[in-house]
Design a protein around this ligand. Sequence first.
Ligand SMILES: Nc1ncnc2c1ncn2[C@@H]1O[C@H](COP(=O)(O)OP(=O)(O)OP(=O)(O)O)[C@@H](O)[C@H]1O
Length: 945
Amino acid sequence: MDDLQLNISVAKKVKKKASAPQKNASEYKFVSNPQFTGKTIARKRPQNIVKKTLNQMKSDGEPQKKITKMSTKRPVNLDSNLRDLSENKGKFEGKNYQELNDEMHVKQKPRSGAWISSLFKNNPDVPKIGQRAVKPLVEKVFAGRTFADLDIHPHSVANLQQNLGLKELMTVQQKAVPVILQGRDVLIRSQTGSGKTLAYALPIVEGLQAIRPKINRHDGIRVIVVVPTRELAVQTYELFIKLVKPFTWIVPGLLSGGQKRKAEKARLRKGLSILVGTPGRINDHLRHTTSFNFAKTGCLVLDEADRLLDMGYEKDVAAIVRAIVDHKKAATYDPLALMKQNMIKKIDETEETEKPDENTHSDIKHKLTEVFLSTERQTILLSATLTKAVENLAGITMMDPVFIDTSEGRALVADSLKQKNIDGNILKSQPLKDETKIPEKTNEVSKKLPSENQKELQVPNDTEKKPEVRRGLVAFSGLNHSDLFKDESKTSKDDSKDIKAVPQNDDESDSDSDYEYFKVQKELEAKNPKVKEAQEEEEVVEEEEVKASQARNVFQQALKTAIVEDELILPASVNQTFLIVPMKLRLVTLCSLIVEHCVLNKKGGKMIVFMATLEMVDYHSELIETVLTGNNVKVKKKGNNKNAKGKKRKANEDGDDEDKSSESSESEFEVDYEEPSEGGLVPVAIEMFSLHGSMPHERRMEVFKQFRAARNGVLICTDVAARGIDVPRVDLVLQYCAPASATDYVHRVGRTGRAAQVGAAVMFLLPSEAEFVRHLEQKRIRLRQSNESSALESLRSIAPTAATVQRAAIAVQSRLEHTAHSSKEWLARASRAYTSWVRFYSGYPREVREWLDARQLHLGHAAKAFALRDTPAMLARRAKAQPDMKVKPVNRLTVHEEEEKKRPGFPRMKIGKYGSNVSNKQSSMHTASEFDSGLPPLEKKKKNK
Ligand SMILES: Nc1ncnc2c1ncn2[C@@H]1O[C@H](COP(=O)(O)OP(=O)(O)OP(=O)(O)O)[C@@H](O)[C@H]1O
């Protein structure tokens, strides 16, 4: 491909080095390999001389020259020294250039004239990955029923149609709404974009609106919805706002971080009925806002449950659960509250008898409404993907739950209360239609339950009933995490000590197993009043234990099967492909796909590009916008879009400061370097958006809203946008960096093809990463390999003078490189993006490292993918020299122990068993900077033990 090289005029600095005087070989600790290929280095380590050996290597496929240089004086060329150190190892070894760090100042001059483009040289071959026969799991999205078929208020049905344009039920809604209305704890697994949010929000609103007398905002928080990200919180809150339109006395509220705590406190004091928030922020208010009380909370929703745990939020989630239990417990023993509750019931009764016509549907009495009026709590967990951690969470938070899985072929409603069928296969998947027939004005679940189970569903009026005794616990391994409830009554403590023990709180027990247990016990007592009583009791306990576990297997085993099989479901309407792209061609290929999708596509496309780090997001979005459209985004966005700047962020809000900073940067831009004279490469404007967890809150929300409203455009983002967010009309998801797990793959792809819409998903893989596809195939994800030779084709449209596709690609790459080298600021950003990616890459979780192996990377080629011409060492050096890099991210993930100490009244949690088992250190590192809880920065950096 030498013919593709552009004309070159490169200052051969190398020559000087070549003529450097040779030093005594004894100064070397290691002698270079005589068969030197550029991969080994002679390293000089004299005791008192800090000088280094110099091997000059040409990066990026250029013929390499071995030049060994020894000097007892200052190194002549530190750039090349650093280059050596890095390239010989093929990875970063901080200490080497740290030693040299202070000796060198970056004085990167603009490079005038042309330079060698080795874009198509020395690239590895692109392997052809044959497609294996994979039968993907599919899910029927729509149920063929309408909302009118549900037992909900007609105003809700009308509202859904008029304000949300929804008439037909989705499968998950058809299955979940009746069960939730029954007040049962529910775990829902359903594919991305299948309408899970409405599946729980609708029955919750229904349950609340039926409370008489009508609830008001001062009554306390009735429902808490916990979601992992701010965007999802906003989206969920907005849905609730729409749903409560006919029921104006229900007030939803949002606590999502990033806003002023004071304003939020004021809002909380005003009162809310439904609270939607991120765990960090909710927890923050639990600590600092005295008016924040969960005594009236009858429903807890944990959306994207696996992510909540995965992200290291388990402590926050546990603290919220604990606070609900504690506040309710405290309220239970409050005589005033008891009086009030009794009064409410009386008024309720009289209201109903006195004014039967006030509400035509006052006769609708869902169990969920009763739960809201009692001391009980309903818990709803949702996710498109399940993990062991979710099973554990179900164990500690749910009681006699129902598992709803909507995937075809295994669709089931597995009820932990459903009696065992010891001989039959209780796990046999029930066909969707049979399972989900919604009988007129009755509930399928209640129909199926044996009479004693009906009794189970009656929420006891007895206020002495301990809400925290979660009978379902015996069914799950979550019991192992009894420390969550360590302050509870002795009874529950004892239970948790001995997982196998039948619940001992005799007076409270009314579950299946307990019922059987007491029945048998009574029989025994009748026959043998005293003899061998103790022994027989023991036997009964064992027998009942087996029965109880069999009875609950319906739920437990269904869930276990789902987790163990670990097969993932994606909407069938998404066309999934992967593209194997050599490292050096990645950036131009990305540009090509953007041009193809957003410029050449006459309808105009809307796409999301997932990248690994926030530095990559910032850099790429600005670089691509600058090059393709000619907008000088860097200056335009100054002060608005900076990452993690701590105190600087505040200053940026100040107009004066902002003006000054952009002024200075502009002058630096003008003085030091030339601005590209030509305009953008594309004739039309492409709207570029960027989103990551460390953006200022206002900017983040603005971007999210703008992108949702946009008809087309490109959103470059981190995984902060991978979960739950519902952006209309996204027709392409591009994974520029491979996901950290198959689960992440599913959620990223799930941003398109929502609600049975058509979508496409492309994943970029390096040749060394190609086998990652096999990993996905094992999870029943089917992908097709795209033809890489046509991937650059659309670049010809923006470089019409180029004779070939390759020349067009080189032209575009040149523009990208020119821009990236046009100022110190650009270079610094590029270097930071590059180093952040290298760091990210070496932190891939162990499960995927086999395919995403940092040792396989060619860091020199990688620099090219960041439009950089320097060596990896030089880049690291430059990135490090930036003061911005030293600013710690202002966000944090979870409860800090120091804060716990400061607030002795706040219950200290000792969680960790399941957390440590499931949350992989690396994976939390991957997400750590992305999910800003909006809390104040940590005072001290916690030492890792
Ligand atoms: N019954 C319905 N008919 C048509 N569209 C619906 C219906 N219910 C929900 N939707 C739409 O489907 C889209 C996806 O819904 P939602 O965000 O709740 O999916 P999800 O299952 O929570 O996805 P994820 O797992 O990605 O969070 C939304 O745009 C929503 O408005």
